[in-house]
Design a protein around this ligand. Structure first.
Ligand code: PEP
Ligand code: MN
Length: 342
């Protein structure tokens, strides 16, 4: 339930509503935005609105019908902007993220990061801990990979995103990363989600490869419920019968999810496609469908890459993608006043 206050409600009136909510054993969550509102959480079943409507300064009481509360637009109608090391993501900003699948060496990371920055991208990606299907495949450099990322950030000024593979590794990743990724295979790792909720760093929550919109948003709800409202969602392809690509990029989820949530949503065409030649067209489509950014794998020597070389763009291809994405974003902004243009 959401208790909406009058425009001129005083802090005392808000305080009285919060106290009334809490005296009934529920949690009161004041919500930022241009209207003053208080979310009621932790109620099992419907809450009787009458007593709250009696309180001074209360304008209306809205029943929240969705199972997700804090990530939903009913609670928070305006788009959120999440700051990643000073880079805004969401609500009118288009953010380009590029970098290798995995940090392989200091030299490799530096070379790629310089290309990524020269292309105009704002955030550098690179896995230090890799979730690999095979236990015999390259697992990442671990903490040394994180230290390399920190030095690359120092040189290039680009904030870095990297994955926390499990609850135990979260602390060390949190020390180094500007944006902490929770990968597709971990979308419903609830202890990891709860740990992310306690973090003061923003979280990139990838969609599980078989997750519905509701499951994805409920996973994000764990993080917000824990006290961290800096969540960016990332569509990265789902499992289907199609075998022309590694996964099927579900671009239809972008307008669907933007209708439901105020959180920014970006698209990773690399892990969806699994093939280099599909990545740029899919990234362009992601811009057109209203994504707030794209995250793309880039490698200067994809044939030598220790993971995901076949889907990594070469630097010149990434540079072209960045130029095209910027041009498309400008075109879309010129339609900004039109209905259904995001
Ligand atoms: C990644 O981005 O490095 C990754 C492993 O992606 P996903 O979790 O989407 O497979
Ligand atoms: Mn990869």
């Amino acid at each position: 339930m959401l208790i909406v206050m009058d425009q001129g409600a005083t802090p005392e009136q808000v305080g009285r509503v919060v106290a009334a909510v809490e005296s009934r054993g529920f949690t009161a969550r004041p919500i930022a935005g241009h209207r003053v509102a208080i979310g009621v959480l932790n109620n099992r079943g419907a809450v009787e609105p009458g007593p709250f409507l009696e309180l001074p300064g209360v304008k209306e009481v809205i029943r929240v019908t969705k199972p997700y509360k804090q990530v939903g637009r009913e609670f928070h109608p305006e788009d959120s902007v999440v700051l990643v090391g000073g880079v805004p993501v969401g609500n009118g900003h288009f953010t380009l993220i590029g970098g290798p699948c995995a940090v392989e060496s200091e030299e490799q990371a530096r070379i790629i990061a310089r290309h990524v920055r020269a292309s105009g991208a704002q955030i550098f990606r690179g896995g230090a801990y890799k979730p690999r299907t095979s236990p015999y495949a390259f697992q990442g450099l671990g903490e040394e990979g994180l230290r390399i990322l920190a030095r690359v950030r120092e040189e290039t000024g680009l904030p870095v995103v990297t994955e926390a593979l499990d609850h135990d590794l979260f602390n060390v990743v949190e020390e180094y990363a500007d944006l902490i990724q929770i990968g597709a295979r971990n979308m419903q790792n609830f202890s990891l989600l709860r740990r992310a909720g306690q973090s003061r760093k923003p979280i990139l929550l990838k969609r599980g490869m078989a997750a519905t919109v509701e499951e994805w948003l409920m996973a994000a709800e764990y993080i917000l419920e824990g006290g961290n409202d800096r969540v960016i969602l990332c569509e990265r392809g789902v499992r289907t019968f199609a075998d022309h690509s590694r996964n099927t990029l579900d671009l239809s989820v972008v307008p669907a999810i933007r209708q439901e949530t105020h959180l920014p949503v970006i698209v990773d065409p690399s892990h969806a496609a699994g093939r280099r030649h599909q990545v740029v067209p899919l990234a362009r489509a992601a811009v057109a469908v209203g994504a707030h950014g794209v995250m793309v794998e880039v490698h200067h020597e994809p044939e030598q890459a220790l993971s995901d070389g076949v889907q990594s763009l070469r630097p010149f291809e990434f540079e072209q993608l960045c130029r095209q994405a910027r041009a498309l974003t400008e075109t879309l902004h010129s339609f900004a006043g039109e209905a259904l243009c995001v």
